[in-house]
Write a protein that binds this ligand. Structure first.
Ligand code: NAD
Length: 249
């Protein structure tokens, strides 16, 4: 029988209840990983986990809460063994021009997208050391490479993810832990299912995408799968752009 690309690996995928996270959980379980799917959307998360099969479990996790992180990592170790893969995928967006952008919205986005990634990386290091190796994949965005108008908090958080990835890659390389960031362009998920007044932001991004279309979540998950597997064994601290050419102009 053909071995899966993630056979014997244990993974935590945050934000796995929808969009890109669900596509990642499906790809990982197909390739033989044991997956802990973590999200705040409990019902949807449990359904996705059930549909992936017996080696996928669901756990509640608000990525902005350090105690919840410690519990999820401990639970994952109890059920599956030490963690070898972490996909920091959970994320939110709030739109609005700078002049009227609400401070609350800005802070909320930083809490989830930036603090959440920091806490996730920090919480899995000890477990990855016990596993003997690790791969952390942080979801940034094209908004971590160039400014996204009407999304200043989101852009700030995604630039931060890109920077934190490099710090962690340097610090964790001696422990055989790789850390990379992924930068999707506009992808068809609930996150981009916007209200009519916010849609022009995305239409503009689409017009600037040479590929002339949005990505499907599976196209982002395939890159994440490659980074999670040993196929990318010399890749660390790097930016993997999956944007249909949007940022190459
Ligand atoms: P999505 O909204 O479809 O899914 C995000 C998931 O994160 C949801 O299941 C949600 O419940 C969960 N979540 C939200 N807050 C959370 C929290 N505090 N703790 C735990 N889980 C939480 O989004 P998506 O489009 O699949 O995006 C996934 C990642 O990819 C995000 O980091 C996003 O910024 C990034 N991204 C998306 C696009 C895109 O066009 N869709 C483009 C670039 C980057």
């Amino acid at each position: 029988m053909k071995r899966g690309r993630l056979e014997n690996k244990v993974a935590i995928v945050t934000g796995g209840a929808g969009g890109i996270g669900t596509a990642v959980a499906r790809a990982f379980s197909r390739e033989g990983a044991k997956v802990m799917l973590a999200d705040v959307a409990d019902q949807a998360g449990q359904e996705v986990a059930r549909s992936c099969g017996p080696d996928t479990r669901y756990s509640h996790l608000n990525v902005a809460d350090e105690n919840e992180w410690l519990e999820v990592v401990a639970e994952t170790e109890r059920h599956f063994g030490p963690v070898g893969i972490l996909v920091n995928n959970a994320g939110i967006v709030r739109h609005g021009p700078l002049e009227i952008h609400r401070e609350d919205d800005f802070r909320q986005v930083i809490e989830v997208n930036q603090i959440g990634v920091f806490l996730g990386m920090k919480s899995v290091v000890a477990s990855m050391k016990r596993a003997g190796s690790g791969s952390i994949i942080n979801l940034s965005s094209v908004a971590g490479l160039i400014g996204a108008a009407n999304a200043i908090g989101y852009t700030a958080s995604k630039f931060a993810v890109r920077g934190m990835t490099k710090v962690a890659a340097i610090e964790l390389a001696p422990a055989n832990i790789r850390v990379n960031s992924v930068h999707p362009g506009v992808t068809r998920t609930p996150l981009t299912d916007l209200s009519p007044e916010d849609r022009p932001v995305l239409e503009r991004m689409l017009a600037e995408t040479p590929a002339g279309r949005w990505a499907e979540p599976e196209e982002i998950a395939n890159i994440i799968l490659m980074l999670a597997s040993d196929e990318s064994s010399f890749a660390t601290g790097a930016e993997f752009v999956v944007d249909g050419g949007m940022t190459c102009r």
